[in-house]
Design a protein around this ligand. Structure first.
Ligand code: SF4
Length: 185
């Protein structure tokens, strides 16, 4: 499939180039992850696979409407093995190649009034300083555990205690970001 961008080579294995998206405008928060996974690559939308669903659920629980969140990633094309089976972490070069696209997105959403940016996972956290430098002063940049890591730590059974605990942990991280509490106690 021909893609509009071929700057870093990731497009060779990508079905779709996945830019940022938000269901309802204007967005109130931005979430930046690492890159699209298998589901995102097929559907062309960021954070719609199992990990994305977990994060959307946690945001909802924390009082943030996921429909008002601009979901995006460091790289717009899926980083994976040549068979398309396994995701991998995008390299520094790949992230750098896609940075102008992300920078453009961030400038646009900040113009729309976004004041909080959440970096999901260690790879995105490496861009904390760079992201702060392109957003207006006063923009709060938060770092949270990537929901894929939460899933990897066990919790395939959504009804099980382990899965519920991980959901709670992620909710707590999101709550910290916004300084709000969902506690009814
Ligand atoms: S990841 Fe970004 S820079 Fe690389 S090919 Fe895809 S759109 Fe272009």
């Amino acid at each position: 499939m021909k893609h509009p961008c071929n700057k870093c080579g990731l497009e060779k294995f990508a079905y779709k180039q996945v830019g940022g998206n938000c269901i309802l405008h204007p967005p109130v928060v931005v979430v930046v992850g690492e890159g699209p996974g298998k589901s995102e690559d097929v559907l062309g939308t960021a954070f719609v696979g199992p990990a994305g669903k977990l994060l959307r659920h946690a945001l909802q629980q924390a009082g943030v409407d996921p429909a008002r969140v601009w979901f995006t990633n460091l790289v717009a094309c899926r980083a994976c093995d040549s068979l398309g089976e396994t995701n991998r972490i995008p390299t520094e070069e790949e992230c750098e190649a896609c940075w102008p696209r992300l920078k453009h997105e961030l400038r646009q959403v900040c113009k729309d009034g976004v004041t909080d940016v959440i970096l999901a996972g260690k790879t995105a956290a490496r861009y904390n300083g760079a992201i702060q430098s392109v957003c207006p002063s006063g923009t709060r940049v938060h770092e949270i555990t990537h929901p894929a890591a939460v899933l990897r730590q066990g919790g395939a059974n959504e009804d099980g205690a382990a899965f519920q605990n991980y959901i709670k942990r992620l909710e707590e991280e999101v709550v910290q970001c916004f300084g709000i509490s969902t506690s009814t106690a």
